[in-house]
Design a protein around this ligand. Structure first.
Ligand code: ACO
Ligand code: OAA
Length: 389
C-alpha cells in the first residue's frame, strides 16, 4: 500500500527524493557547529583547535553533556564517576571470553554495549534524571570491552581497570598490560577529543532516531555503533590502514601515486577522503596530520607518512577531494602500536560522548523522527493463489 493513502500524502506532488537527506536540517543543536566551506569545527562554543590545545577528553565529555566547561570540583567529580564505573559485569567478561576470537571487534563491542543495559541499576530506563548517569556508565565501560576482547583473542589475560588515571591512560594500560608513556597517553587523549562530536553524522542521527521513539540510551548507543561500523563512516579508519598495508607489500619504494590513480581508474572510493559537509580539509585531519608526521619520525615509520602525503596530493590533483578525520588517524593509531581492526572501536570510545549528549538533547525536546518514502512499486494487484504463482 502506498505510504500516502491514509494521510493524503500524494507522491505525484513530491517527485523529488533527497537521497541521503543531503542538506536537510532536522534538528537544532548546541553540541557542535561545522563550517564545511571554511573547515571549522566547534563543540558547544569551543573551536576544535582550542580544545585540542587545552582540554582533556573528560572535560569534553562534560562539555557535551552540559553545554559548558566544568569547574575544578565538577571535573574531579566526573573523573571519579568515570573511574568508579569502569569495572565490567562478570557476564560481559564471560561473553567476551566465549565469543569467536575472529569476530569483528566492532560487532563484539555492539553486542557487549547492548548487554550492559541488563546490568545497569536503572535497566536503561528512559528518564531524564537518569540519562547523565547512564552516559557515564556506558562511556566508562566501552574502553574495557575493547581491551578485554583484544587480549582474549590474543590468548592474554584480561587486565582489570585502574582505579586512577585518565580514560586514555587506562585504556592503553588495559590493552597492553603496561602503563603507557606520557606521549602515548597524550596522543590517545587528543584522538578522543578530536572524534567526540560531529553534528548530524549517520551514527548520531541513528542515535537520535532511536531516542525519539523513547526507547533507551543503551539501544541508541548500540544502534549508533552499528552505523559507525560501516566503511563509509567510522569504519573508514580501519580501511585506510588496510589500504596502506596493502601498498606496503610493494616494498619501501611503493608507488602511492600510481596506487591511488589505479583505484580511481577502477572507480573505487579511496577511504579517508571526501565528506558530506566539508568541501575543504577537515580541521581534525589537519591536527591528526601533524601528529602522524611527528609520530612517523619518532617511530621510524616515515614511509607511511610519505605514502599518505602522496595519496593526499594525488586525490587533490585528480579529484579535488580532501582527507577526512579517518585518513591520518589510521597512521596515528598504528604508530602507537594499535591493531588496525580496533581503530573504529577507538572512534566509538570517543563518539559515545557526542551520541549521549545528543540523546539528552533529543529527549529534552522530543518528536518522533519519521520521514517519508516515495512509493515506486505497483498498486492494486490482483491476488494470485500460491499454487498459481
Ligand atoms: C567519520 C566519517 O564518517 S568521515 C567519512 C569516512 N568515509 C570515507 O572515508 C569513505 C570514502 N568516502 C566516501 O565514500 C564519501 O566521500 C562519503 C561517504 C564520505 C561522502 O559521500 P557523499 O557525500 O554521498 O558524496 P558522494 O559519494 O556523492 O561523492 C561525490 C563525488 O565525489 C567522489 N568521491 C567522494 N569521495 C570519494 C573518495 N573517497 N574517493 C573517490 N571519489 C570520491 C564520488 O565518486 C562522487 O563523484 P561523482 O560526482 O563523479 O560521482
Ligand atoms: O560528519 C560526518 O558525516 C562524518 C564525520 O566526519 C564524523 O562523524 O565525524
Amino acid at each position: 500500500m502506498s505510504e500516502g493513502i491514509h494521510t493524503g500524502f500524494d507522491e505525484q506532488q513530491y517527485p523529488h527524493i533527497n537521497r541521503g537527506l543531503d542538506g536537510i536540517v532536522a534538528f537544532s543543536t548546541t553540541k557542535s557547529f561545522i563550517d564545511g566551506q571554511k573547515g571549522e569545527l566547534i563543540y558547544s562554543g569551543y573551536l576544535i583547535d582550542t580544545l585540542a590545545d587545552n582540554a582533556t577528553f573528560e572535560e569534553v565529555c562534560f562539555l557535551l553533556w552540559n553545554d559548558r566547561l566544568p569547574n575544578a570540583e565538577e571535573l574531579e567529580s566526573l573523573k571519579k564517576l568515570l573511574i568508579e564505573n569502569r569495572e565490567l559485569p562478570q557476564p560481559i567478561l564471560d561473553y567476551i571470553k566465549a565469543t569467536d576470537k575472529d569476530a569483528e571487534p566492532m560487532a563484539v563491542l555492539r553486542t557487549a554495549v547492548s548487554m550492559l543495559a541488563d546490568f545497569d541499576d536503572t535497566k536503561g530506563k528512559y528518564d531524564e534524571t537518569l540519562f547523565e548517569g547512564q552516559a557515564i556508565a556506558i562511556t566508562a565501560k566501552i574502553p574495557g570491552i575493547i581491551a578485554a576482547f583484544d587480549r582474549v583473542r590474543h590468548d592474554k589475560d584480561i587486565v582489570a581497570p585502574l582505579k586512577e588515571e585518565s580514560t586514555a591512560f587506562n585504556f592503553l594500560y588495559m590493552l597492553n598490560g603496561e602503563k603507557p608513556g606520557e606521549q602515548a597517553e597524550k596522543t590517545m587523549d587528543l584522538c578522543l577529543i578530536l572524534h567526540a562530536e560531529h553534528g548530524m553524522n549517520a551514527s548520531t542521527f541513528t542515535c537520535r532516531t532511536i531516542c525519539a521513539t523513547q526507547s533507551d540510551m543503551y539501544s541508541a548507543v548500540t544502534g549508533a555503533i552499528g552505523a559507525l561500523k560501516g566503511p563509509l563512516h567510522g569504519g573508514a579508519n580501519t580501511a585506510v590502514m588496510n589500504m596502506l598495508l596493502e601498498l606496503s607489500k610493494q616494498g619501501e619504494d611503493a608507488d602511492a601515486v600510481a596506487f591511488t590513480k589505479e583505484k580511481l581508474d577502477k572507480k573505487e572510493k579511496i577511504s579517508g577522503f571526501g565528506h558530506r559537509v566539508y568541501k575543504t580539509f577537515d580541521p581534525r585531519a589537519r591536527l591528526l596530520q601533524h601528529m602522524s608526521e611527528d609520530l612517523s619520525e619518532e617511530t621510524g615509520h616515515q614511509e607511511l607518512y610519505k605514502w599518505s602525503m602522496d595519496m593526499l596530493n594525488t586525490m587533490k590533483s585528480e579529484k579535488d577531494i580532501d582527507p577526512n578525520v579517518d585518513f591520518f588517524s589510521a597512521t596515528v593509531y598504528y604508530s602507537i602500536g594499535i591493531q588496525p581492526d580496533l581503530y573504529t572501536c577507538i572512534f566509538t570510545m570517543s563518539r559515545v560522548s557526542g551520541w549521549t549528549g545528543h540523546f539528552m538533547e533529543q529527549a529534552a525536546n522530543n518528536r518522533l523522527i519519521r520521514p517519508r518514502a516515495l512509493y515506486v512499486g505497483e498498486k492494486h494487484l490482483d491476488w494470485v493463489p500460491v499454487e498459481k504463482r
